[in-house]
Design a protein around this ligand. Structure first.
Ligand SMILES: Nc1ncnc2c1ncn2[C@@H]1O[C@H](COP(=O)(O)OP(=O)(O)O)[C@@H](O)[C@H]1O
Ligand SMILES: [Mg+2]
Length: 389
């Protein structure tokens, strides 16, 4: 994989320019088998992953993209509104270079179910799947979505290695508040699953009453009063049935973690040109480095576009003030121009600050398009901008 280590010059403190992220070199590199798009919520992870996947496919790679929460119209355009947890071919692409694109939308619950089924006997699996605690855990526990995204990546990777179906897997990440959740949640989930609270509950289900300490008996009695006997029984049955899976879960999470550290993996961190998103991106790039995970670069998405005219924000504002009262439309336009120019300047400062702090991180800037990206043409356009920015 191409990793650039261009250092910026002595002007860095005032005018830092990041090395350019060469997206085409990245997607054309046959050694790159996994691209993970991460970043904080709403910055364009899903859009970027779909755009990268489509561009790679049209450049000849056999790609599968796992999206998490595509906007409805985008999902429709890619033919993935159905949640059946299986990648399906995306139609309407130019595949003259021999590539292909399959896409799927991650279904958290079915992925969790698949893991349970693969890890235990059919009877035990059935018992777990219908337990109300399992249903709650598999759909709403914080971190389940992150865990399942990793699990699905692991599954597809193993299958692709066996049957050669794909040579590039592009993964979108869940809409967590923090990008770090994607890396932390699986560990949090597996330590919850084999944590002390669960062990405590497990004991009464397993052993005869006399094995219980008096203290634990009291806790159980109190819990019975609070949540009711049936609920407590469900909880204990669930934990007892789940017990056999603890090891399996942890092992799989660790396997996928190692996969993320492998040379064939590349992380694209997506951020909006805003202080919070860029701060989050900075944390994330540092964390990737600490965890020895290969960072390809930063995508600054939805950047304001430079106004056509070269008039500065101040000049436009001054002109608007002179026109005051006479030509209100012109004055309004001049003010708009001034706001835009100011926005562009402030985004440039933020980007430059990031580049100063992280001079080794290659970067590409994608401007905000006039409307949402909800069809293949829109994705193609974002892909071209990613590659040229
Ligand atoms: N460069 C862009 N220009 C215009 N709209 C964009 C751009 N990137 C993303 N969007 C839109 O922003 C919204 C959020 O993007 P999305 O990719 O779903 O973010 P995330 O997955 O990070 O939550 C979507 O409606 C998408 O179409
Ligand atoms: Mg998303």
């Amino acid at each position: 994989m191409t990793r650039r280590h261009t250092r910026v010059g002595p002007l860095a403190a005032t005018d830092a320019r990041a090395p350019r992220l060469d997206v085409d070199a990245l997607i054309d590199d046959s050694a790159v088998g996994i691209i993970v798009c991460c970043g904080s919520g709403g910055v364009g992870k899903t859009t970027t992953s779909a755009a990268v996947a489509l561009r790679a496919a049209e450049r000849g790679r056999r790609v599968v993209v796992v999206t998490i929460d595509p906007a409805r119209r985008l999902a429709q355009a890619m033919g993935i509104e159905r949640l059946d947890n299986t990648p399906r071919p995306v139609t309407g692409l130019d595949l003259s270079r021999g590539g292909g694109l399959d896409a799927m939308m991650l279904d958290m619950k079915s992925t969790f179910d698949e893991v349970v089924i693969s890890q235990t006997t059919p009877e035990k699996a059935a018992q777990i799947l219908e337990n109300p605690f399992y249903v709650a855990l598999s759909t709403s526990f914080a971190g389940t979505q992150e865990y399942m995204a990793m699990e699905k990546l692991g599954q597809i990777h193993r299958a692709a290695r066996k049957d050669g179906s794909y040579d590039l897997i592009v993964v979108d990440t869940p809409p967590s508040r923090s990008a770090l959740d994607f890396l932390d949640a699986p560990e949090r989930l597996s330590s919850f699953l084999d944590g002390r609270f669960i062990r405590l509950l497990l004991t009464p289900a397993k052993g005869p009453a006399r094995l219980m300490s008096a203290g634990l008996g009291l806790i159980t009695n109190a819990l019975t009063k609070i949540v009711g006997a049936q609920v407590l029984r469900d909880m204990q049955t669930f934990v007892a049935a789940f017990d056999t899976l603890f090891g399996g879960f942890r092992q799989r999470a660790q396997q996928t973690y190692r996969l993320l550290q492998a040379d064939g993996t590349a992380f694209l961190v997506v951020a909006a040109p805003e202080p919070d998103a860029l701060r989050e991106a900075a944390y994330f790039t540092e964390r990737l480095e600490a965890d020895r995970m290969p960072l390809a670069g930063l995508v600054v998405n939805r950047a304001s576009q430079q106004p056509e005219s070269t008039m500065s924000a101040e000049e436009a504002m001054a002109a608007a003030a002179r026109l005051n009262g006479e030509a209100s439309v012109t004055a309004a336009l001049l003010r708009l121009h001034s706001d835009r120019a100011r926005m562009v300047a402030s985004e440039a400062r933020l980007i430059s600050r990031f580049a100063t702090g992280h001079p080794d991180v290659p970067m590409t800037v994608v401007p905000a398009l006039p409307s949402d990206v909800h069809d293949l043409d829109g994705l193609r356009q974002v892909g071209a901008l990613l590659a040229s920015g």
